[in-house]
Unconditional design. Structure first.
Length: 254
């Protein structure tokens, strides 16, 4: 069962609106990939592009694996706590993470930065593996490097994973993260191919604008969930319609 189109659209917007965070966190990595190309490859612009595509393909593969994992956790939680309770809690968690991401991007309350620091311990064990893959000589050689960088501690990814968990399914969780990764793709390709120009987007005004957009998305998601709960409290006994973060398969018994 596929997640709703609204869920996928929300995941894409989180990736797209979080562009400035992607550039700040991973733009230097994408630029380092170009610097890490073998000299004979770096001299060809087309080869550079294909390596950037390979890097980002690997990154999105890692996102999909993580999405499948949290989707499975959401499914197990639903089977234990009950579908309706799990739906409410997971949707609320996804909306909350979008609010936190918005506050992080604006700089008004950088709580997600603490979560990123908490994940840095694992990253210290992964990052040295990436250095062993340099220099990159083929696009296929860039894929495993991208897969490693996909596990970089990132508040933006954490927010998308909350959406994937709310999908309540392994396949749907992976699909949510693939769509999220596609939302980040334009900025990441730009960072790798024209780092100095794209980094201009990380200025205070751009970050604030992106943060406000994500905040509005989180408010809309939580507001829609509140409306559904309010409708259910009137004894309707039915869903109040699709939400931006409705989990896959809602209304079906597992």
């Amino acid at each position: 069962m596929d997640p709703t189109h609204a869920t996928l659209f929300a995941a894409f917007l989180v990736g797209l609106f979080g562009t400035v965070h992607c550039i700040a966190m991973c733009g230097g990595i994408a630029g380092a990939l170009s610097a890490g190309l073998a000299p004979e490859v770096r001299a060809r612009a087309r080869a550079n592009l294909w390596c950037q595509l390979g890097y980002n393909a690997g990154r999105i593969v890692s996102y999909a694996v993580a999405g499948a994992a949290v989707g499975l956790l959401g499914q197990l939680f639903a089977s234990t706590a009950g579908l309706e309770l799990a739906r409410v809690l997971l949707q609320g968690l996804a909306g909350l993470f979008m609010l936190l991401l918005g506050l992080y991007l604006t700089g008004w309350w950088p709580l997600l930065a603490r979560l990123e620091r908490a994940g840095a311990h694992l990253w210290r064990h992964i990052e040295p593996l990436g250095r062993r893959l340099l220099p990159i000589r083929t696009p296929f050689g860039a894929v495993p490097l991208g897969m490693l960088w996909g596990w970089l501690p990132c508040g933006l990814v954490y927010s998308a994973l909350a959406l994937a968990a709310a999908s309540g399914d392994v396949v749907n969780g992976a699909l949510v993260m693939v769509v999220f990764g596609l939302g980040t793709l334009p900025s990441m390709l730009g960072a790798g191919l024209a780092t100095s120009r794209v980094r201009a987007l990380t200025g205070p005004r751009a970050r604030t604008a992106a943060g406000v957009l994500v905040l509005l998305l989180g408010v809309a998601s939580l507001g829609t969930l509140a409306m559904r709960l309010s409708g259910g409290s009137h004894g309707a006994g039915h869903d109040a319609g699709p939400t931006a973060i409705a989990p896959a398969g809602h209304g079906h018994a597992r």
